[in-house]
Design a protein around this ligand. Sequence first.
Ligand SMILES: [Zn+2]
Length: 255
Amino acid sequence: MFVDTHAHIMAAEFDDDRDAVIQRAVSVGVARIVAVGYDLATSRAAIDLATRYNGVYATVGIHPCHVAQAGPGDFEAIEELTVDKRVVGVGETGIDLYWDKSTFPLQERAFRWHIELGKKTGLPVIVHDRDAHIEVMTALADAGASEASIVLHCFTGDENMAYEAVAAGYHLGFGGVVTFKKNTIIDVAARLPLDRLLIETDSPYLAPVPYRGKRNEPAHVRHTAEALARVREITVETLGAATSENACRVFQRMS
Ligand SMILES: [Zn+2]
């Protein structure tokens, strides 16, 4: 029914009740969860979760806010992890100019490295963009990212950026932000080609209404799906089926 294409369920926020969280997701029709790594340790932890739970898959990568702490061997280790069949994507990677601008050159270099890894392995690249729309789109174009499969996760750009992304062949992930009262992202999501749309939670962050401000979890992806279905004037079942099909096409190793 639904695929949560971006969840950090290995985060410490879930240490006390991870089983229950995954069970709740299954019970509301979230058949698959993509556990997204953000450094070497959490990439390994994502694979571990994918081993223990049916319907959980992993991605491996080093988040732009963690590149400065990454050790010299971490990148090679991430690359080695991609041979594991439970790994369905590379990332998250990208550029974050909100938390720390000083590491921009490092972030850009790491981002490029992940895109190359995506091209080499055929795995989709999960892209984080915070206050860095132009930098992200430029880096992607410069790296020839159209040859890779690109997911702009938690999309927060405007309509021009969305259409530029669609033209380049990218997919766009939408999360809890589309349920917030004042947001223009929902208007962008309303008009995009349905076959480029993905849904996600970014758990434990960015919980949708009515859970805004609380810990987010994969079961809540349903509220994002409902908001998108409403604005697109289709049923939530149709939205769920279409975005699940997209997810399986993008994350090819997901069965
Ligand atoms: Zn994330």
